[in-house]
Write a protein that binds this ligand. Structure first.
Ligand code: NAI
Ligand code: MG
Length: 485
């Protein structure tokens, strides 16, 4: 049970950010956020309902023509200013992120704001590079294919990288001249609402960026159905992604969907076992395994299976599972009770079907702690090999032939990512080509950049974030004909 607000040191209060101002919800409702590491109430957040969503969309719609016509360089400057503010507030952002979702502070202070700044700077540069083309059409004509923004973009984000997910949607959208309404995940609003303060300071015109915390089934749903929203940029579960695409269809808005995964890490027989173990461990233990590209299926060759597995177990033993705000902690709690129950359900299922070879000892703390858990002897048809667990739970599958490894990796309804570990470039490239996945890493895991397209195959979604790819998602082409006679 969560303790009452009065027990905690400091309960922060957050409001909705609509049309450049902080406001209460129309019906005055609020919800609480709990520190997953000790179950203390840490914030009270205004809870947007459908009326607030409509207001936010109306503000974004009103701001759109002015923002779209603004000089691209001016849009770039606002993004650059925001980048500077995010960087200057790295420590505050890290603290909020860790308190809210359980990320170890040592990671959040180096990863989240820093990566957000990179994206803000990259898309600031992109604002002035959205170019059209001239087509060699016949006759006395000239044809200009120009790229224009879409209008109001809805960004619906998950709780695993709250600030980054919001930035990945905001930065390219406003760079292209769109305006945005962000509905952060109800589990993780603090850093995003702090970002709203920075957005206000950066001098974006009112209504260009709106942030409306609330729940999926009412606020999220209202946003998806609003006829004035042009496109939904969504990251989250496949189940919710399908629902969103279906609801968006009524108003014919398009979606970009970054969904779940069950990504494979293939270790070939020639792989250096130390490197393989390090990559495999990073792939499943980073962010408590709450990563859409988590390498949750590890495919080990029968010849080096034992050696690699032993080394992963050694790494797992070294994990410092504990309160996320302690500097020495390398793995914090899961985000909430619901997620802990989910992950524990999968661990129970694994215990029935496969061989549990490692289960980390839990700290004696009142939080949602689940440590590194490793199952060997997993069959690719088992529940723990089919479904996204979203926790630090590794399923080890043994194979004998290269083609078999490729077939197992691809035998999943998901297609988000794959890692390949080998020193043999031919084998690496052959496998990379064969992977039914939107992201393939060779001799690494988890590399992302603002410059490189990011997205899924199959039930991991459609549409791409980052790079020029996302600028294409967030603009539409207009074909202008000029008769020269
Ligand atoms: P979710 O997909 O339900 O939530 C993601 C976002 O969608 C949140 O902002 C939520 O409020 C919103 N949402 C939910 N229902 C909606 C609706 N009907 N209309 C519009 N928006 C809606 O994910 P949830 O429930 O937080 O986590 C469940 C599982 O999903 C996790 O255990 C994990 O397996 C997976 N997941 C995957 C993520 C990824 O990055 N691929 C991120 C978060 C969750
Ligand atoms: Mg949900």
């Amino acid at each position: 049970m969560s303790k009452s607000a009065s027990d905690s040191v400091k309960v922060r209060e957050y409001k909705l950010f609509i049309n450049g101002e902080f406001t209460d919800a129309a019906d005055g409702k609020t919800f609480e956020s709990v520190d997953p590491g000790n179950k203390q109430v840490i914030s009270s957040i205004a809870k947007a309902g459908p009326r607030d969503i409509d207001q936010a969309v109306a503000a974004a719609k009103a701001a759109f023509p002015g923002w779209a016509r603004k000089a691209a360089a001016a849009r770039a400057k606002a993004l650059q200013k925001l980048a500077g503010l995010v960087l200057a507030n790295n420590d505050t952002i890290a603290e909020l992120e860790s308190l809210d979702v359980g990320k170890p502070i040592r990671d959040s202070s180096k990863i989240d704001a820093v990566t957000a700044v990179d994206a803000l700077e990259y898309f600031a540069g992109m604002a002035t590079k959205v170019e059209g083309t001239i087509k060699p059409v016949p006759g006395p004509y000239y044809n200009l294919a120009v790229r224009e923004p879409l209008g109001v973009i809805a960004g619906i984000t998950p709780w695993n990288y709250p600030l980054l997910q919001a930035i990945w949607k905001i930065a390219p959208a406003v760079a292209a001249g769109n305006t945005v309404v962000i509905k952060p995940a109800e589990q993780a609003c603090m850093s995003v609402l702090f970002l709203a303060e920075l957005i206000q300071q950066a001098g974006f015109p009112p209504g260009v960026i709106n942030i409306v915390p609330g729940f999926g089934e009412d606020a999220g749903d209202a946003l998806v159905r609003n006829p004035d929203v042009a496109k939904v940029m969504f990251t989250g579960s496949t189940e919710t992604g399908i629902l969103i695409a279906r609801n968006a269809a009524d108003t014919l808005k398009t979606c970009a969907l970054e969904l779940g995964g069950k990504s494979a890490v293939i270790v070939y027989k020639d792989a250096p076992t130390d490197t393989a173990a390090k990559i495999a461990a990073m792939a499943i233990f980073s962010n408590q395994g709450q990563v859409c590209t988590a390498g949750s299926r590890l495919l080990l060759h029968e010849s080096n299976h034992d050696e690699v597995l032993d080394k992963i177990i050694a790494i797992a033993k070294d994990v410092k599972l504990g309160y996320q705000m302690n500097e020495e902690t390398t793995m914090g709690p899961l985000v909430n009770q619901e997620q802990m129950d989910r992950v524990e359900g999968y661990i129970e299922s694994g215990k029935k079907d496969a061989n549990l070879v490692y289960e980390h000892q839990r700290p004696n703390l009142d939080g949602f702690y689940v440590g590194p858990t490793i199952f060997d002897g997993v069959g690719n048809d088992m529940k723990i090999a089919r479904e996204e667990i979203f926790g630090p739970v590794l399923s080890v599958i043994t194979y004998a032939e290269e083609d078999e490894a490729i077939a197992i990796a691809n035998n999943s309804e998901y297609g988000l990512a794959a890692s390949i570990i080998t020193r043999d470039v031919g084998r690496a490239m052959k496998t990379a080509q064969a992977m039914e996945a939107g992201n393939v890493w060779i001799n690494t895991w988890g590399a992302v950049s603002s410059m490189a397209p990011y997205g899924g195959y199959k039930k991991s979604g459609y549409g791409r974030e980052m790079g020029f790819s996302v600028m294409h998602e967030l603009t539409q082409e207009k074909s202008i004909w000029i008769n020269l006679r």
